[in-house]
Design a binder for this molecule. Sequence first.
Ligand code: PGA
Length: 259
Amino acid sequence: MTMRKTIIAGNWKMYKTIPEAIELSSGLKRELFKLEAQNVDVVLCPPFTSLRDVYEAISDSGIQLGAQDIYWQPQGAFTGEVSAPMLKDAGCKFVIIGHSERRQFFAETNEAVNKKLKAALEYGLTPIVCVGETLSEREAGGTFKVLEDHVLNGLKDLNAQQVLGVVIAYEPVWAIGTGKTATAQQAQEAQKYIRDLLAKMYNKETAQNIRIQYGGSVKPENIREILKEPDVDGALVGGASLTVEAFVAIIKGASEVNK
Ligand code: PGA
């Protein structure tokens, strides 16, 4: 019996216009109301442009709002960036940090992840910090080394109290958007490694209370199997979070897994 509440987050990436975002989020609100999955935290992470409209569409539901990125300065001459107070202002409670697409395509480093993380925590946002190896790193036997690097440097200087406010998402890069899900055993092995590392960095009790999601081709068909693993506390869902039907089916599946 774990004390960690399951958390299912939808990462919409660069999809959905404002009308589409309103349609998806109001559809989710309607269906999830019927489902009554109170044992699952549900978070939607739309693009910046539809944050506010989604916030309004999900009002009075248990669904929570998150952003997909953040900049670490509160304000200033940083063209194109969005700060923690701005995300709070838009109604966000969560923010994804260090997604592999940002690391790959926008040269995001662990140092940047760490600064973003601290800014999010300072303003009371819950960061969802993404870590995970590429296919070549896995094939070269480097999975744990990469996870160690991402976790140690990403969470650098955070104390035990602060780290309790962080969600970690283990997302093997080779499983993202490829239809190639990690096996439940692969997810468990990596996530247990992360939890053991957190126990060394902080202490066992703290590590036991940090939620670790799995991400990478999560679908209604595989959510139950993955979530049954003891160190998998939820999912970060890309493609399958873009339709009401698939995302509700994932949440339903998650709500039925008892640990
Ligand atoms: P996917 O994306 O579910 O489409 O594989 C997951 C993610 O990138 O967070």
